[in-house]
Design a binder for this molecule. Structure first.
Ligand code: NAD
Ligand code: MG
Length: 385
């Protein structure tokens, strides 16, 4: 029986993690969770899991109020509260389903405590991949990705990994895949949130439309599997049925095929990969007549070039990419800037960044905050009138 602490229980991945755990009650129980502002979701979770010992909320007053209502449960709040939650529930596994920069510190904290971390929060690897890998290299904890492409790759790499030449991440192309760049001028957040294949949180859905998500996933693949940038490719694939694949040195492909359902990669991570799965081999993508594949065109999705900037330079470039993107995404969602201004903000801040090599967490945090401030100034300057 694994004792799970779930960060971000109210989100899309958080809810699906609870679905997977509930389908396997003999194998998983919940001992702690964080829930942001959606406090009405506390009571149904506690009802399902009387094993819960500690909860973290975003707001101090909410935490005080709920600690009176549930005196047998410890309540914490804010960013530090996420660490206290991990310290004060008897978990052996942390599922990190938080969105954004806030997910880095709890990831490092869980690893330092030698816990198992199932990581949906890809931003932690984008901004702090070097710090995360240092802890893992020193033998602290274990990390399993919860991202459909990376779970697919880890399945494919479980066979003949020494013969693999290249990793290929598939990409649906997001909500605007049928539009050319001129047609992106006046698109709205509502349009961008209509993802063709996946139902996810708002921020990642915007990131799919800008392809920042795929850039992040290339960085994530680099830190998880150690491949250099020239050995990580992208293929556009309309149906999201092939979740990614590897190309062997002799040209053969090994692929992971299945319906787009995040509960599959979540289950794979929760069981620490020890669950049934089947990959398929093919001589070429032409073997999959029912699916559509297209070449990836960087001039259509220019943000993907920053994956290679981050991987080649490391240091604080990932923190800039992420902070500029987070601020721009939320401004776009609030109709403050246009869709293409998201790209303009990221490019401006990435192209002018002075890197700090081998950053500490404090260096990364400082660059994160500086970049957010610079991004907010650009948002004011380029605000829709
Ligand atoms: P979401 O917006 O649905 O949920 C995010 C969760 O984080 C919520 O519980 C929210 O309360 C919490 N949160 C946000 N900011 C916080 C803060 N400052 N302090 C404490 N809690 C905070 O997002 P999601 O779609 O579930 O995505 C979560 C992560 O998983 C992201 O990194 C995303 O890129 C990744 N991911 C998601 C999917 C998917 O299908 N949704 C697939 C692959 C990877
Ligand atoms: Mg993904």
């Amino acid at each position: 029986m694994k004792r799970v602490c779930l960060l971000g229980a109210s989100g899309s991945i958080g809810r699906q993690t609870i679905d997977v755990m509930s389908s396997h009650p003999a194998d998983f129980t919940l001992v702690g969770f964080s829930i942001g502002h959606q406090t009405r979701k506390i009571s149904p979770i506690i009802k399902k899991y009387p094993s819960v010992e500690a909860i973290c909320l975003q707001n101090k007053n909410d935490a005080l109020r709920y600690s009176k209502k549930y005196p047998n449960i410890k309540f914490y709040y804010g960013d530090d509260g996420l660490l206290q939650l991990i310290d004060n529930c008897s978990c052996d596994m942390v599922v990190n389903a938080l969105v954004g920069f806030v997910g880095l510190l709890p990831t490092l904290h869980a690893l330092k405590k030698d816990l198992i971390i199932c990581l949906a929060n890809k931003e932690a690897l984008v901004v702090g991949g070097e710090l995360v890998n240092r802890l893992l290299d020193e033998g602290h904890g274990k990390l399993y990705s919860i991202d459909s492409e990376h779970v697919a790759l880890s399945k494919c790499l479980s066979v003949d990994s020494d013969k693999v030449d290249k990793l290929v991440l598939t990409a649906s192309g997001g909500a605007f895949r049928k539009l050319n760049r001129e047609q992106l001028t006046n698109v709205t957040p509502e349009d961008a949130l209509r993802h063709p294949n996946w139902k996810m949180g708002k921020k990642i859905t915007i990131d799919c439309a800008t392809m920042v998500n795929k850039a992040f996933e290339v960085i994530e693949a680099h830190y998880l599997f150690g491949y250099p940038i020239n050995k990580i490719g992208i293929k556009l694939h309309d149906e999201s049925m092939i979740h990614s694949y590897v190309i062997y040195k002799d040209g053969l492909l090994r692929l992971d095929e299945g319906k787009p359902d995040m509960r599959i990669p979540i289950k794979y991570a929760l069981y620490e990969t020890l669950t049934d799965f089947k990959t398929v081999t093919a001589n070429s993508l032409d073997s999959f007549k029912k699916y559509h594949f297209h070449e990836f065109d960087i001039s259509r999705y220019p943000m993907v070039k920053y994956a290679s900037v981050v991987i080649k330079n490391k240091g604080t470039y990932g923190a800039v990419f992420n902070a500029a993107n987070e601020e721009a995404d939320y401004a776009f969602l609030k109709h403050e800037i246009s869709f293409l201004t998201i790209e303009k903000i990221i490019s401006t801040l990435m192209d002018n960044h002075k890197n700090t090599a081998n950053p500490s967490y404090e260096d990364i945090k400082r660059v994160d905050q500086q970049t957010r401030e610079q991004a907010r100034n650009l948002i004011k300057k380029w605000r829709i009138k």
